[in-house]
Design a protein around this ligand. Structure first.
Ligand code: PMP
Length: 287
């Protein structure tokens, strides 16, 4: 028996889980998702992920399929059924199965949304060796669509970017548009210069990271200076430190960009401090 997963109201073995070939998530990437981290059996920043889910659905004319308490209950039940201590909960909501292929959205009255959740077991998630060594990243053109603020499952280009990074012997890719870094393939990107944290401003160009919001809040509380604006690859190469944030990587140092060492070529002090603060503070509100 494999994992127990959740599909449209039912908990079942992953081998028994089925989605229609006409599901719009499958045919058209007409779906949104969230990934919530779990440490010590508790969910990090759950309220933030739920708020972003509601926003993503709203931007695509989909309704929340159940209320916040219902979704929390499914998350917790999956953690319990799968005995997850450290790991992730993946949630995906698609526009459902209209029974045929058609570009027009189906009537939500007759085509209910598809709701899928599963867990990923990742013992020692917060003790990643990459957090000690730092990541090497390579820049690639950002050729994604113009609504990156909506967390859709259109992840083909981010996957291709990761493969480009892998082939270049790197850990990840930073996406560049009009000469400026938008974000990482699956994370938000930051540099630190003269003590100041610099990261792309919010808008349609980047995903509004839940980790980004939390890290910037904690940084402000720790009296760190923040500038929300885009930066270029060469500015990043001349920065003192660099890092990325995401729900699953927390705060992860970046030590090399396009073959050039950033700062000392080792994870920076401020980055390390932010990782510590983020983990400490997020655990306080984990549920
Ligand atoms: N940007 C992109 C493109 C992402 O895919 C992700 C992670 N899903 C993030 C940023 C980070 O968002 P979060 O902190 O909410 O995980």
């Amino acid at each position: 028996m494999g994992r127990t997963v959740y599909v449209n109201g039912t908990y079942l073995d992953e081998a028994e889980a089925m989605i229609s070939i006409f599901d719009r998530g499958f045919l058209m990437a007409d779906a949104v998702y969230e990934v919530t981290s779990v440490l010590g059996g508790r969910l990090l920043n759950f309220a933030g992920h739920l708020a972003r889910l509601e926003r993503s659905l709203n931007e695509l004319d989909m309704a929340m399929p159940m209320n916040a308490d219902g979704l929390l209950e499914v998350h917790r039940e999956l953690l319990r059924l799968n005995g997850i201590h450290d790991g992730l909960v993946y949630l995906q909501i698609t526009r459902g199965n209209p029974g045929d292929r058609d570009f027009a959205f189906p009537d939500p009255e007759t085509t209910p949304l598809t709701v899928v959740l599963f867990t990923q077991n990742k013992p020692g998630l917060a003790a990643s060796p990459l957090a000690e060594s730092g990541m090497k990243v390579v820049s690639v053109d950002d050729i994604r669509w113009g609504r990156r603020d909506i967390k859709t499952v259109q992840l083909l280009y981010p996957s291709m970017a990761k493969m480009i990074a892998k082939k270049a012997g790197c850990d990840d890719a930073w996406l560049v548009e009009d000469g400026l870094v938008t974000e990482g393939s699956s994370n938000n990107a930051y540099i630190v210069k003269g003590g100041k944290i610099i990261t792309h401003e919010l808008g349609n160009d980047i995903l509004h990271g839940i980790t980004r919001a939390a890290v910037l809040r904690f940084a402000r509380e720790a009296q760190m200076e923040i500038e929300e604006r885009a930066f270029s690859v060469s500015e990043a190469q001349q920065a003192d430190e660099a890092f990325v944030t995401s729900a699953s990587a927390f705060v992860m140092p970046v030590v090399e960009l396009d073959g050039r060492a950033i700062g000392s070529g080792k994870p920076g002090k401020q980055t390390k401090r932010l990782r510590e603060i983020y983990l400490e503070e997020s655990l306080k509100t984990a549920i």
